[in-house]
Design a protein around this ligand. Sequence first.
Ligand code: GLC
Length: 554
Amino acid sequence: MNNKWWQKEVVYQIYPKSFYDSNNDGIGDIKGITSKLDYLKNLGITMIWICPIFKSPMDDNGYDISDYFDISEEFGTMYDLRELIDKAKEKNIKIILDLVINHTSDEHPWFKEALKNPESKYHDYYIFKNGKSVPNNWRSVFGTSVWEKVEDRDEYYFHAFGKKQPDLNWENPELRNELYKVVNKWLDFGIAGFRIDAITFIKKDLTFKSIEADGVDGMAKCTKVSRNQKGIDVFLKELRANTFSKYNCVTVAEAPGVEYDELSNFIGEDGYFSMIFDFKYADLDVKSGSEWFKRVNWTVKELNEKIMKSQISIQKTGWAANFIENHDQPRATTKYLIENERNNDAVKMLGAMYFFLRGTPFIYQGQEIGMINFERKSIGDFNDISSIDQYKRSIKEGFDEKDALHFINLRSRDNARTPFQWNNKKYAGFSTKKPWLKMNDSYININAESQIGKKDSIFEFYKSIINIRQNSKYSECLIYGKIEPIQTSDKTIGYIRHYNNIKIYCFFNFDNNETEEYFEGKYNETVLNNLDCEFIENGKLRLMPFQALMFTTI
Ligand code: GLC
């Protein structure tokens, strides 16, 4: 594929509620982001993705929008957003917003009108079914039935996520046009593009027939019948033609359910999007991302195979959006490193491993200082609606409360959503007021202030890998170069990046024992090493525990 501007970016994801609270109400805000632009510039990132900031009752923290054209009061004003975009631009940092167009909030005027007046055109903007009982056995992503009864009427509405998130009816052309206006208005406002939420859910199996149950509740995951369904291509092509294709923008889609052999439609040269997130290895610790009680024991070898399969499949046709964390995932340190979550060498090794894969790297707030999961002792300490649901489902499936709590402690989306740890003072310098979500106690030891400018810190390491990718003599190879998997020992992930005559071998030891690895050609020059020793001979090397080593060969 031809080189594109967005391939060069390093993206930083911000969960605005938890980044920085500028007005001390316990909730992060847009001005908070603006005030931390210097921090982000120093880190070296070039683009920011901000999770939803539009008006919302915040049932799913902004992924339930009640006004696409206004900003949620707790985050600030349109003026604040303008200021953020302008100030970021001065620092050569672009902004992308989160586009949630599979569903709205039940407090969106369209939905309110649809409920009030079933004859209005807005009724057909959503999916309603008449009947005296629940139309089918589909289970929503957040647990209960996808159907919610309309008060005082024998009617149900459809929601693939929470019950306060009714799905939009994409079969309606007028609704689709309204959504295109939303997209274009924000692109005209001066943002660089979008991360697009849950976009593979926009097409449903229109028979709405019950399917074989897959849980003790007698229900079945709705993803089988309302995600990436036949005919979705028509909507996605139309969406692109009416919006993104008219701008030089970037689009990163959350597109679960897309198989590797379909990738060219999604991210090929004329694909619907610039890139999509691949969740196949993010969810390797559970049987599925929506069943946290089905834990899976995984090995580094499997992780390696999954990553390489993903990379090779994407390389055939397009470009990857590489990540190890986001606002829906637990902290990568805890998930991938388990008992070594606080081992700085291991945290750096993990960071470098995914960062130099082929694609645009995404860093989630707090990842750059090695934030870890928390352990909550009570279900009352959780905010995330899917954690509360997973807790209830675990118990329904026969687990006791202790097990249920264990599952959600490991997987809760709140793990990533605790306030950013700026320093070791009260509330970690995030706010002077009690934050909206209970802090992670680790801030005493893990915080930005103690790492900035400190040689050997995780923050400085992230800064250095960004710098190597963006500004070194290896940049072209590390950005545009092809990726090729290599044979490694079971505890090591390895690949080669090559571009023209440059060949960079990359090895990452996930174990606390030494390993021996092999390579072809002659060692030339070290590109990256997270430790201060290296043992490289002709064609052979020894990796120390948790060592990340990258070098060129001739
Ligand atoms: C996406 C978002 C998640 C949200 C869901 C419903 O998966 O990343 O946070 O809850 O969509 O909008």
